[in-house]
Design a protein around this ligand. Structure first.
Ligand code: DAK
Length: 260
């Protein structure tokens, strides 16, 4: 499939989706969100693909936000639909059962920060800038920003970022736990591919169970989460990979996972 606003490529088990509207600093219009939904569905259904990298084209922006030009003058019900639609797409990305990596190469503002936060892991170049500036437009985040930011960095810092609209540079984003690692701009995609390769080398069902346990556990209290982990722990023993991994350790050889 040809996309107007994205470039979608695969290389072995790793897929890369590049947001590609450089004239609008890769801002997310409705068409881009629909294309992203298609990419996620394709990535989900292709069993040979294990990790998805999301990045932005050019060297200025990951995504500068939802496309402000498409947000003006919407009636409330239409704005609500837009939020629901985008939220569903990002929730699908988050709960797909395969890891995603945001390689943030510049502005990650508003909807851009929200896309990055829906990924499993965030890498940032030194020139990355994160923020939820919706407050400066007189609105609030609509793609999960109030929820995921508070979960990632805690309510106090999240409220400051959300209510001031002030951007956070890569170093500060790393310090507060919004990003996992900061790299030089030239090294960002190599780092992302190396990390993707490492995740792809693991047992696919075990990775899926980790994602389900973490995301499912965040929904409820500690006891519910611990019960969920216990269930997943039992389940992982039904995989051939678990026997292979344990045997490989005893036999002092590398594990040869078959994703079963
Ligand atoms: N939307 C549309 N166009 C954008 C854009 C955006 N978010 N950001 C940049 N552009 C466009 C600019 O209009 C400009 O296009 P031309 O005027 O040349 O045609 C081009 O990209 C280059 O931008 P600048 O000329 O402004 O470049 P600068 O280096 O001077 O500034 C900047 C870069 C990123 C600081 C600045 O462009 C900027 O402040 N952009 C807006 C950032 C922002 O506020 N982002 C958050 C958007 S609000 C919801 C669903 C989702 C959301 C909310 C509600 N519901 C449905 C309820 C999410 C909201 C957002 O994301």
């Amino acid at each position: 499939m040809n996309y107007n606003n994205l470039v979608y490529e695969t290389d072995g088990p790793v897929a890369t989706c590049t947001f590609n509207r450089p004239k609008a600093l890769n801002a997310l219009n409705t068409e881009t969100m629909d294309e992203l939904a298609h990419v996620i569905s394709d990535f989900k259904s292709d069993n040979s693909l294990k990790v998805l990298i999301l990045t932005g084209s050019g060297d200025r922006a990951f995504i500068a936000g939802a496309d402000i030009k498409g947000m003006v003058g919407r009636p409330p019900l239409s704005a609500r639909w837009l939020s629901e639609h985008g939220t569903k797409i990002l929730r699908e990305l988050e709960t797909i059962g395969k890891p995603s990596i945001a390689a943030v190469n510049g502005f990650a503002l508003g909807g851009g920060c929200e896309v990055a936060m829906a990924c499993s892991i965030r890498l940032a170049s030194t020139n990355a800038l994160f923020g939820q500036p919706e407050i400066n437009l007189g609105i609030i985040p609509g793609y999960g920003g109030t929820q995921r930011l508070a979960r990632l960095v805690g309510a106090g810092r999240a409220l400051e970022i959300l209510m001031t609209g002030d951007p956070v540079n890569a170093e500060e984003a790393h310090r507060i736990g919004l990003v996992n690692k900061v790299c030089e701009p030239d090294a960002l995609m190599d780092e992302a591919r190396t990390l993707a390769g490492k995740l792809a080398s693991k047992s696919k069902p075990a990775i899926e169970l980790i994602l389900q346990a973490v995301h499912g556990g965040l929904e409820g209290g500690l006891d519910e989460g611990l019960t969920l982990e216990t269930e997943k722990f039992g389940l992982v023993y039904s995989t051939e990979d678990s026997q292979e991994g344990l045997s490989a350790f005893i036999e002092k050889r590398p594990a040869d996972f078959q994703d079963r």
